[in-house]
Design a binder for this molecule. Structure first.
Ligand SMILES: Cc1ncc(COP(=O)(O)O)c(C=O)c1O
Length: 362
């Protein structure tokens, strides 16, 4: 039986996303013990989550009940954290789910989504799955937004514009002026602030003043909860209402909710780790700059993009893997011969730099 004739044709030919793999899988693949793996490929938090999270998860008494579909405790805690009213806030199974939900809410088949590569892959992936048409407006050579290009690409089928700030993998932030210009186009503008805590640049306070501006955030990076899958968005109240209506009722699971509450009760601890990561980012940048075959780009996130003007990025990526050091390799049209290195602990930087110094570059 030909199953493909039942499948939406665009999904038969669609490229999937290339996700990263967890430590356990990398350990099996490389036959290295998991404590020998230096994982700098997922922009994860090398310090893990708050100890209060383990305590909260071990003692939470209601795993046998469905969690609150209204996410009320969570949204109240986020109201305090963001300074924005809970009516603006909706939580999702990672900000990934919110990207998907936003597109499901707005896209009819063939509607267009503006994507500014190189950038986070989930915007185009989710748009493809939702039957949207992805319109790429590549960034400039300095990886800033091509504002004129974005405006030129708009038409009456354009629904959503995605901008990551800091942008993954290039590390830069957008300006308020740029976002205001995009908001002025009347399209839905999504500013993805997954790395906000590392940059301190935010557009969140603007959301209540505009009916078409959305800011996404996550607990995966600064709070070290990537494995529990929990993020949130700050939406105009009207959009938040629609998202609450179309989301799966129990999308924020009980463990994730308990972990967020515990994290928000231990912000000082988490912010101290963020500060250590920022310090380490600058040290890593300095060390990478010393290598004459590698060009690191300044970053406001917890990662550093490096281009290799003389090529061989794939070979170097493989050489690092053989030593148990995992970074991200890119070879797309906008990112030829590039590696993205997540900021780890100081000892991770030391091991990485030593391995890079030993790289055979012939
Ligand atoms: C820009 C950006 N947005 C969103 C995400 C996904 O975050 P979450 O783990 O909350 O789904 C990532 C993860 O790497 C990211 O880089």
């Amino acid at each position: 039986m030909n199953i493909e004739k039942f499948i939406r044709p665009e999904l038969v030919t669609m490229k999937g996303c290339v996700p990263i793999e967890p430590t356990e899988v990398l350990s099996q693949r490389t036959e290295l013990p998991s404590n020998k793996i230096i994982k700098l490929d997922g922009n994860e938090n090398p310090y893990g989550c708050s100890p209060k999270v383990y305590q909260a998860l071990a003692t939470y008494p209601y795993y046998h009940n469905y969690p609150d579909p209204e996410q009320m405790e969570l949204r109240m805690a986020l109201e305090k954290y963001t300074g924005l009213r809970r009516q603006h806030i909706v939580c999702g199974m990672g900000s990934d789910e919110l990207i998907d939900l936003i597109l499901r809410l707005f896209l009819k088949h063939g509607d267009e989504v503006i994507n500014c590569p190189p950038t986070f892959g989930m915007y185009s992936f989710c748009a493809d799955v939702c039957g949207g048409r992805v319109v790429d407006v590549p960034r400039t050579e300095a990886f800033t937004l091509d504002m004129a290009g974005v405006k030129k690409a708009l038409n009456n089928r354009t629904k959503v514009i995605f901008v990551a700030s800091p942008n993954n993998p290039t590390g830069g932030t957008v300006t308020e002026h740029e976002i205001m210009e995009l908001v002025g186009t009347g399209k839905i503008v999504v500013v993805d602030e997954a790395y906000f805590e590392f940059s301190n640049v935010t557009m969140a306070n603007l959301v209540p003043s505009y009916s078409n501006l959305i800011v996404l955030r996550t607990f995966s990076k600064w709070a070290g909860l990537a494995g529990l899958r929990i993020g949130y968005g700050i939406f105009p109240v009207e959009i938040a209402g629609y998202l609450m209506k179309i989301k799966q009722p129990y999308n924020a699971n009980a463990a994730a909710q308990a972990a967020v509450l515990a994290s928000l009760a231990d912000i000082q601890y988490l912010h101290a780790n963020v500060a250590r990561i920022i310090t380490e980012r600058e040290r890593l940048f300095g060390r990478l700059k010393e290598l004459d075959w590698l060009k690191p780009y300044p970053s406001s996130g917890n990662f550093i993009l490096c281009s290799l003007p003389k090529g061989k990025a794939k070979e170097i990526w493989q050489q690092l893997r053989r030593k148990g050091i995992f970074v991200r390799y890119f070879d797309t049209s906008g990112l030829k011969e590039c590696l993205r290195i997540s900021v780890g602990k100081p000892e991770d930087t030391n091991a990485l730099v030593k391995a890079l110094e030993e790289v055979k570059y012939d």
